[in-house]
Design a protein around this ligand. Structure first.
Ligand SMILES: C[S@@+](CC[C@H](N)C(=O)[O-])C[C@H]1O[C@@H](n2cnc3c(N)ncnc32)[C@H](O)[C@@H]1O
Length: 262
């Protein structure tokens, strides 16, 4: 990675700014390693309290195995554990994120949560291993240099499809993939609904000002209706950013992923 892509400037309120100079840095594993070596906790998009009600509609704690993709230094796995979901495996591409997450969980007594270094494009698990796969903001990383969101670059599509095929493979029949994203349904549907996938697709929204999408894809439940058009539980909102959102560092991430600039 070039120098200057990962500035660690300290603002007047003593917050370290990890915003890279170009959004494509989010695709660079070195960016994440450098960031995680000094950042202890950052919650991309929103924390658990904002979508807990949606999780609880889908995940029943009893004997559910959950795989979290790209855990970073988020507290999502701890929150799931507190809600009774104890069979959790987290992966991240960054060895530094994984090492720090393992230490943090051990210090807090969450010894049952497994954390390992792995690439979500090549998951080291047998087929049909998990009841749930969940990701928050991790798939969106693959879109940061997608170009025209209506017609993403073939390289982007290939990576996203590789990831989705892996998620589909490791999910049990009837298992659910939860994707928490700012990508709007008209951009995500063509990929989620590619012919090779047997999952049904639904979504909800959450958040104030800027709305995030909570997609649920249930394996083996795709119907002819869903092939011709999926059901949605709320209309996608128009783009609307509050000042608070504009000041948030992941604003840059979003603008480069979707059509906010168009
Ligand atoms: C935008 S952050 C989201 C972190 C966390 N999920 C959250 O909600 O705060 C993206 C995370 O995905 C990880 N990541 C990026 N590419 C990955 C890949 N191919 N496989 C696994 N993790 C990846 C990064 O290291 C980073 O931790």
């Amino acid at each position: 990675m070039e120098d200057g892509q990962t500035p660690t400037t300290v603002s007047s309120n003593n917050k370290v700014d990890f915003t890279p100079s170009t959004a494509s840095a989010y695709l660079d594993p070195n960016y994440w390693d450098k960031r995680f070596s000094s950042e202890e906790h950052y919650e991309w998009f929103k924390d658990y309290s904002h979508f807990q009600h949606l999780i609880q509609q889908h995940i029943s704690p009893t004997s559910s195995s959950v795989l979290e993709l790209g855990c970073g230094n988020s507290k999502l796995c701890e929150e799931l554990f507190k809600d009774g979901i104890t069979d959790i495996t987290c992966i991240d591409l960054s060895p530094i994120a994984v090492d720090k997450m393992q230490k943090r969980l051990l210090d807090k007594g969450y010894t049952d949560i497994k954390v390992l270094v792995a690439d979500m494009l090549e998951l080291p698990f047998e087929k049909e291993s998990f009841d749930f796969v969940i990701e928050k903001g991790t798939m969106d990383v693959l879109f940061v240099d997608s170009g025209d969101p209506w017609n993403p670059r073939p390289e982007t599509v290939n990576k996203v499809m590789a990831m989705l095929k892996e998620v589909h493979r490791v999910l049990k029949q009837d298992g659910i993939f939860i994707s928490i994203s700012f990508g709007q349904p008209h951009f995500r549907r063509p990929l989620f609904e590619a012919p090779e996938f047997t999952w049904s697709l639904n979504w909800n929204t959450f958040g104030d000002g800027f709305h995030y999408f909570f997609y649920t894809l249930r394996k083996g439940r795709r119907s002819m209706d869903n092939i011709n058009g999926c059901r949605k539980t709320s209309e996608p909102p128009s783009i609307c950013l509050f000042q608070e959102e504009l000041e948030d560092e992941d604003y840059m991430f979003r603008t480069n992923v979707e059509e906010l600039g168009s």
